[in-house]
Write a protein that binds this ligand. Sequence first.
Ligand code: MSP
Length: 532
Amino acid sequence: MSKRFYITTAIDYVNGAPHLGHAYEKVVADVIARSRRSFGEEVFFLTGLDEHGQKVEQAAEANGQTPQDYCDRLAIQWKALTQHLGLSVDDFVRTTEPRHQAVVQAILAKLHAEGQFYKTTYQGWYSVKEETFLTEKDRNPDGTWDAKWGQVNELAEDNWYFRLGLHQAWLIEHLESHPEFVFPESRRNEVLGFLRAERLEDLCISRPRARLSWGIPLPFDQEFVTYVWFDALVNYFSVPAALGDKSALSALGDYYAGKPSSLSIWPADVHLIGKDILKFHAIYWPIMLRVIGAPLPRQLLVHGWWQKDGQKLSKSTGNVVDPEAVIQEWGLDAFRYYVVRELGIGPDGNWTDGGFGDRYRSELANGLGNLVNRAISMLNRYRGGLVPVPHQELAPDALAVVEQATQQLRSFDLQGTLQTIWKLVNRANEYVEQTAPFKLARDPAQATRLDEVLYNLVECCRILGVLLWPFMPQTADRIFAQLRLCDAPDRWSLARWGVLEIGHQVGTPVPLFPRKDLAPAVEAKKATAKSV
Ligand code: MSP
């Protein structure tokens, strides 16, 4: 069996509420996963939850629950989000699952046996919020600790360390010889800059059980649990191993009793992550894999962070966007469209309700929705819904768009792909204005011309359904349903001209993006802006 295209997202901390940032990352991954399926590749798309660590333990205690009950309760909400976002995931991992823990322990046992770890006493400062040790370098110039570290405690404790320093040279070499390993380039430069400038400190991979019990026990020292990041990163590998992927199993050898299957998943083709967790993925993770003896992932795609109205998303100040609420009000595809159209993979983005409403109205309702509605209505009105003889007038426009969109999608330029697809939406809408089918219909001598125009319009709509499927699967399905096509729009190869056949009967049009009054909050803001 050929290797699947394997894409993962960061696994979210179970103790936070899902917000725009989490939803964006998952939608981007889904668009990539669907596009590869549409291209005819087999895909494995993984997402999930990061459930161990002190923060979860403390939050559970504050809620009067055991950590496991607490995680089980929250996991329901997170899994529901996966469905509400329409994610085509193949698996959903929770780091508290036995299948994951077994692989983490196998890796730890192997590396310990090979002498990769050593135990020593640490004395210094510890941030509970970030679950990390701090050094004097982390202090503010005035000697205080930055608020981002939360409560900082002084402690002295024994721990297990992983010799990262030994791996600096080859990692630099790997980044240099694989320019695609970290995208965008600015993030790659950030990692390279750091690696060239600083000596890698050894990584503390344990936490004493006496201080934190909510973690995976070290198989070689029961007094300790595994550091939450070492545990979490392994999720990308534990799921393939648990499913019997041969590449994963062969790296684990006798340390893991897994049954090989015909599934071929590892290595990952894409790890999609936010900019804040780059160091863990570009430094710790490749070193861990190299030491395990497993092939490295092909690429890290690093996205930026969303703000709302120019301010950080924050529950405490109420500056949040609740993806579920937006989806309820505007529909799933409007949400998926907006986030991908607004923010490419790389820079930071800014959500405004006004910006969302504008794109909904002009690009979705008046652009795509209006086109599909007009094309199918006119075919019904003037030709009883029967497709006329095929005609090629817009074929060059459509094919140029397909070609460009294919290249952009292959190189993960999702925002650019949507811009390209909208060239066809706009061209077809412009064509309606130029050809004025309503006038042609009044003149019997123009019957052939009207046939030509109508064919070009419905064929464009069909092709748009195919191009849009990775981004807006429901909308694509609805376009195909209104055209009464039995095929699904989920195969890119259907994006070729001339597939609609003469005499095919289309269905009735139903608005794809109902026009809405502006949300009250947006109205209020506009009124204030005007009065200033
Ligand atoms: N649990 C770790 C990841 C472990 S991966 C082995 C974690 N979790 S998180 O819940 O804090 O973040 C999950 C993802 O959401 C990260 O990729 C993070 O960058 C992303 N985002 C969190 N806030 C964000 C925004 N405001 N905007 C965009 N993405 C953001 O980190």
